[in-house]
Design a protein around this ligand. Structure first.
Ligand SMILES: *Cc1c(COP(=O)(O)O)cnc(C)c1O
Length: 359
C-alpha cells in the first residue's frame, strides 16, 4: 500500500504557492539595493497600505516567532507584562523569545477553553495587582485565529480593544493565519485589525503559501520607532530583502493570500463533514478555519498512523489536521475514508465483545 504523498500534520508541510514563487523569480533579475532599499520592498509595503487602507508601517522578518517577540518587545519595557491566553503561541511555542527580546517582560496567562481571551479575563489579570512588586501590564496579545482554530468576531476584538484602552494597554495580534480568519469572516482585513483597535499585527506569510516571511504591521506608527534597529540587532534584517518582500506582492496583489486561505478552510470543512457521522469521532473544537481537531480512541489514531498518516496530538490529545493552499480535496477524502475504515473494525470488535457477554 502506498503512503499518502500529502500530509496534513501542519500547514507548514506545504511548499511555496505559485504566486509567491513567480514573484520571487521576477525579483531574481539583475541587481537591486540591499537591506530593504529596493523597489520590491517599497511596493510590498505599499500593497499592505492599500490592503489595510492605512498609512501603516510595515517590516518584513523571517518567521513568526521573531515577528511576535520583536513586536511585543517594541511595546514593552523590561518591567512590563503581556497578557495572553495560556495556549498562545508566544507562551507555548516560542522558547521564551518574547521574554528574551524584551529583556524580561513577563507573560501573564489566562486559562481559556478555546484559546480566546475575553475582556473579563483581561480585567481580572490587569487589575489583580497594582503594586510595584508585580510586572506592570502593558500589552494584550490575541491570536487570530487561535491556536485551536477559533476565530474572534469583529465585535469580540472591539470589546477586547475597548478593555485595553480603558486599562491603558496596547493590543497586539498574532496573525500567523490572519488570512484564514479574513476568509472565514468574509470581512475587510481592516475590520479585524486597526478598525477594531489593534495597534500592531503580525501577519503570517509562511502558512499562507510563502517560503518564509512574516509582516509586522504597525497601525500606530509611533510604536514603530527604531523597529528597524530592533530587527537588525535580532538578526532579522534580510540583506537581500527583495526576496522576502516580492512574494508578499505576489500573493497580495492578485488576492491569492485570501483565495488560498479560503481553500484551506474548505478542506477542513470537507474533512469535518465527511467524518461527522462516524461513531467515536468527535471534534474538540468547531471547525472555523483550516484546522480540524479530532478526538478518537487511541486505537483509531494508531491505525491511522499505521496507514501512513501523520498528525500531532499536542492539544488535548486530539489529532490535529491542518490544511494549506496545496491540499487536494482528493487527499482530504482519502483521509476521511481511512478514518472511516479505522473506526469500523473497532466497533465491530466492541460489538463482538458485547455479543460474547450476552452469550
Ligand atoms: C506558526 C505560528 C507562528 C509562527 O511560528 P514560526 O515557526 O516562528 O514561524 C506564530 N503564531 C502562531 C499562532 C502560529 O501558529
Amino acid at each position: 500500500m502506498t503512503m499518502p504523498a500529502q500530509q496534513f500534520a501542519s500547514d507548514n508541510y506545504a511548499g511555496i504557492c505559485p504566486e509567491a514563487w513567480a514573484a520571487m523569480a521576477q525579483a531574481n533579475h539583475g541587481s537591486a539595493p540591499a537591506y530593504g532599499d529596493d523597489d520590491w520592498t517599497q511596493k510590498a509595503a505599499d500593497a499592505f497600505r492599500t490592503l489595510f487602507d492605512s498609512r501603516c508601517e510595515v517590516f518584513f522578518v523571517f518567521n513568526g516567532t521573531a515577528a511576535n517577540s520583536l513586536a511585543l518587545a517594541s511595546l514593552c519595557q523590561s518591567y512590563h507584562s503581556v497578557i495572553c491566553a495560556a495556549s498562545a503561541h508566544v507562551e507555548t511555542d516560542e522558547c521564551g523569545a518574547p521574554e528574551f527580546f524584551s529583556n524580561g517582560s513577563k507573560l501573564l496567562v489566562a486559562n481559556s477553553e478555546d484559546g480566546k481571551l475575553t475582556p473579563e479575563a483581561i480585567y481580572m489579570i490587569a487589575q489583580s495587582r497594582k503594586d510595584i512588586h508585580f510586572p506592570k501590564p502593558r500589552v494584550v496579545t490575541i491570536t487570530q485565529p487561535t491556536e485551536t482554530g477559533q476565530v474572534y468576531s469583529i465585535d469580540e476584538i472591539r470589546a477586547i480593544s475597548a478593555a485595553c484602552r480603558d486599562l491603558g494597554l496596547k493590543l497586539h495580534m498574532d496573525g500567523a493565519r490572519f488570512a484564514h480568519a479574513c476568509a472565514a469572516l468574509g470581512c475587510d482585513p481592516a475590520d479585524i485589525s486597526w478598525r477594531a483597535g489593534v495597534d500592531v499585527l503580525c501577519m503570517g506569510g509562511t502558512k499562507g503559501g510563502m517560503a518564509v516571511g512574516e509582516a509586522v504591521i504597525f497601525f500606530d506608527t509611533d510604536l514603530a520607532q527604531d523597529f528597524d534597529y530592533r530587527c537588525k540587532q535580532a538578526g532579522q534584517l534580510a540583506s537581500k530583502m527583495r526576496f522576502l518582500a516580492a512574494p508578499w506582492l505576489g500573493i497580495l496583489s492578485g488576492g491569492a493570500w485570501l483565495r488560498h486561505a479560503g481553500h484551506a478552510n474548505r478542506c477542513a470543512q470537507t474533512l469535518a463533514q465527511s467524518t461527522a457521522d462516524l461513531p467515536g469521532i468527535d471534534l474538540l473544537y468547531p471547525v472555523q478555519v483550516n484546522a480540524v481537531f479530532m478526538r478518537a480512541d487511541p486505537v483509531i489514531l494508531e491505525r491511522l498512523r499505521a496507514l501512513g498518516w501523520r498528525f500531532y496530538t499536542f492539544i488535548g490529545g486530539a489529532a490535529r489536521f491542518m490544511f494549506a493552499w496545496d491540499s487536494t480535496i482528493d487527499t482530504v477524502e482519502r483521509l476521511a475514508n481511512d478514518i472511516r475504515h479505522s473506526v469500523a473494525p473497532l466497533h465491530d470488535e466492541q460489538d463482538a465483545d458485547q455479543a460474547e457477554h450476552i452469550r
